[in-house]
Design a protein around this ligand. Structure first.
Ligand code: SF4
Ligand code: SF4
Length: 399
């Protein structure tokens, strides 16, 4: 440890570093070591997502054991001896496991850092909110790190019944982009062939006009395996009790290349089981997603409501069918192939901006909380805000 550099002011781990905590609690506050420290490589990419700093490593071997025992990719090893000892990948290999970034969490110091997150924020400037990864039906428990009302990172939260201590790199890297990128802003209505920004009242009026006078079987409602149980429940109530349609279903998002034997599942949506259990299914002679194309081609469907999904982006057949209906009302959070066809767009919060629940593959109902402030949640949900958020920031949509 005498060779450990005094990197704390520039180290991503500062604020959550075990060594820093021990030094703070137990050291004399001054080093008696006057000699030149041993220097090692400070920027070694062990894989596409993990950066290694040899000087900060305390040779605990946690990362080596993780790569071998959990990720099943035993490519990390100690090399050299004495105070020259360091970590390397075996020649000709790279640490590119789908679970590689978990070593960043288990490294007790800042020797392993995220290439994606490096130098973006100090830990104490961020708020951390309990959430659920929406990347697949496992529903890994995560914590969302936010600064200046912007999602900067996700890290796993321990739940021995779901994800134990880990999450996959795909989920971890996707979470910030799912909230920050390609978002819908204002409500929009199609006028003269173009989508134009309008007020909420105008958009809701346009949606009501698109539904007025139609019989139930002229309407098709897409619930969503990507939306919460609460949103799907309200959509099923709207379909059954107000619109009187049984044409209600959701799209399944199966990817047979994604699943593995650790956490990842082929079902890439977080809430297919929940959507079905709160009533998103054809009823009273209503039609399924599979029958939707044929119904639309016959002109039987006049208006489609899409909640939180992108049917046109999922399959060319659905895109063609949607292009043939009179009105498409999209209640969505992102610009998609379906919003390009929409008649009315009602922008909605992502799961990171509201409270709700997903039901995972084992039927476990898991709660997520709002991590980001919007006008709608108005800081009213007992949110854990970071220090900077409390004072508002230019991109804080609440101020
Ligand atoms: S987990 Fe961190 S401190 Fe421990 S051996 Fe690996 S790089 Fe070094
Ligand atoms: S295994 Fe699924 S739920 Fe877990 S982190 Fe990966 S994508 Fe997200």
């Amino acid at each position: 440890l005498i060779n450990h550099p005094l990197d704390c002011p520039i180290c991503d781990e500062a604020g959550q570093c075990k060594l820093q905590e021990y030094a703070f609690n137990h050291s004399k506050g001054k080093s008696r070591f006057d000699e030149e420290k041993t220097h090692k490589d400070k920027r070694v990419e062990l894989g596409p997502n993990v950066m290694f700093d040899g000087e900060r490593c305390i040779s605990c071997s946690r990362c080596i054991r993780f790569a071998d025992e959990v990720a099943k990719q035993p490519v990390l090893s100690f090399v050299q001896r004495g105070d020259k000892v360091t970590i390397r990948t075996f020649p000709g290999t790279t640490f590119d496991s789908e679970y590689s970034m978990n070593v960043i969490d288990i490294c007790p110091v800042g020797a392993l850092t995220s290439i994606d997150f490096r130098f973006k924020a100090r830990v104490w400037e961020m708020s951390f909110t309990d959430s659920i990864c929406p990347g697949c039906a496992r529903g890994c428990n995560i914590s969302i790190g936010v600064m200046n009302n912007e999602v900067l990172r996700a890290e796993p939260r321990t739940n021995m019944h779901v994800n134990t201590y880990w999450m996959c790199d795909t989920g971890r890297l996707a979470v910030p982009d799912m909230v920050n990128e390609n978002r819908l802003g204002a409500p929009q209505v199609r006028r003269g062939g173009q989508l134009v920004d309008v007020s909420w009242d105008e958009a809701i009026d346009a949606a009501a006009s698109a539904l007025k006078g139609l019989k139930g079987d002229q309407i098709f409602v897409f619930g969503s395996a990507k939306a919460s149980n609460e949103d799907n429940y309200l959509m099923s109530k709207l379909a059954h009790d107000v619109l009187k349609t049984g044409n209600l279903d959701f799209i399944k998002h199966n990817d047979h290349t994604f699943g593995d034997e650790i956490l990842r599942l082929n079902d890439r949506a977080p809430n297919a089981i929940g959507a079905h259990s709160v009533g998103i299914a054809p009823k009273n002679g209503g039609h399924s997603v599979e029958a939707f194309g044929g119904r639309a081609a016959h002109g039987s469907i006049k208006t489609v409501i899409v909640l939180g999904d992108d049917p046109a982006g999922v399959s060319p057949e659905l895109a063609q069918a949607l292009a043939g209906v009179d009105n498409i009302i999209v209640i969505g959070s992102h610009n998609t192939a379906t919003t390009k066809l929409a008649t009315v767009i009602l922008p909605r919060s992502t799961w990171a901006e509201t409270d709700g629940t997903f039901t995972n593959t084992t039927h476990r109902v898991q709660r997520f909380e709002a991590a980001v402030v919007t006008k709608e949640n108005m800081r009213s949900m007992g949110m854990k805000m970071s220090r900077w958020d409390k004072f508002g920031a230019p991109n804080d949509r609440w101020t």
